[in-house]
Design a protein around this ligand. Structure first.
Ligand code: ADP
Ligand code: MG
Length: 242
């Protein structure tokens, strides 16, 4: 469903992605791990057309995401993204944060958008917070509004970039619970996270990225129990001591 072919991306002299190939099937949950600076966020940003690639292709089914004539708004509707930094509009309620894209990109009427927004907020356990402003919400609640906002667009794929790394453990759990529900619903997901409990429980595949290259990829059991590369072993040891 999602296919990445030989993706290269540099910033100035720095090669951030060096020939990344990856395929994610419908319903799969690919967890992307790797040291800071290895290119994980850049890869997600390329998938979502927030960053242009230097060479290589990304396909979502028949749509070439990377083609210059592909509309980035269509890409972002079909590939939803949740960021580490919780980027809600501070002057808008939770509901308005969710309806905005529906009104602008999907052309929903006001009433339709409101109905959809409330349904998505309920889906992430925030039915009672629709009228709250971001400042009145906890970090975990804000992150869940971000998830509701992406889900409202009815995406084919959801990308998560360290959605819990700015949160305290108990707030992380409420976000991870929502993500686990999406896994159970069969959502196709690419998740950058160091939450290994989520990876073990939810991932169909783990990809270990280092210095812009995929070092190793496999099912969670294989990567955790029998990694074949020394770098993978070292990486998992390093995050277990976090
Ligand atoms: P990760 O998410 O794995 O920590 P990133 O994809 O954020 O890694 O970054 C990979 C490398 O690319 C880093 O060295 C970072 O400094 C660089 N980089 C990322 N975004 C930009 C940018 N917009 N301009 C210049 N360099 C960038
Ligand atoms: Mg990152």
């Amino acid at each position: 469903m999602l296919r990445i072919d030989d993706l290269w991306k540099s910033y100035g002299d720095e090669e951030v992605l060096r020939g990344v190939d990856l395929e994610v099937a419908r319903g799969d949950v690919e967890v992307l791990v790797g040291p800071s600076g290895s290119g994980k966020s850049t890869l997600l940003r390329c998938l979502n057309r927030l960053t242009d690639v230097d060479s290589g292709q990304i396909y979502l089914d028949d749509m070439e995401v990377t083609a210059p004539d592909t509309n980035p708004n269509i890409v972002r509707q079909q590939i939803g993204m949740v960021f580490q930094d919780i980027n809600l509009f501070a002057h808008l309620t939770a509901r308005k944060n969710v309806t905005l894209g529906l009104r602008k990109v999907r052309d929903f009427s006001k009433a339709e958008a409101r109905e959809r927004a409330d349904a998505e907020l309920a889906r992430v356990g925030l039915a009672d917070q629709a009228d709250s402003y971001p400042a009145q919400l906890s970090g975990g609640q804000k992150q869940r509004v971000g998830i509701a906002r992406a889900l409202a667009m009815d995406p084919e794929v959801m990308l998560f970039d360290e959605p819990t790394s700015a949160l305290d453990p108990e707030l992380s759990n409420e976000v991870l619970d929502v993500m686990s529900e999406l896994v159970a619903e069969g959502m196709t997901m690419v998740v950058v996270t160091h939450e290994m409990r989520f990876a073990r429980g939810g991932a169909t595949g783990i990809t270990f990225l280092a210095e812009g290259e995929i070092v190793e990829r496999g099912p969670p059991d294989q990567l955790f129990e029998n990694p074949t590369h020394e770098r993978t072993v070292q990486f998992f040891q390093s995050i277990r001591h976090d």
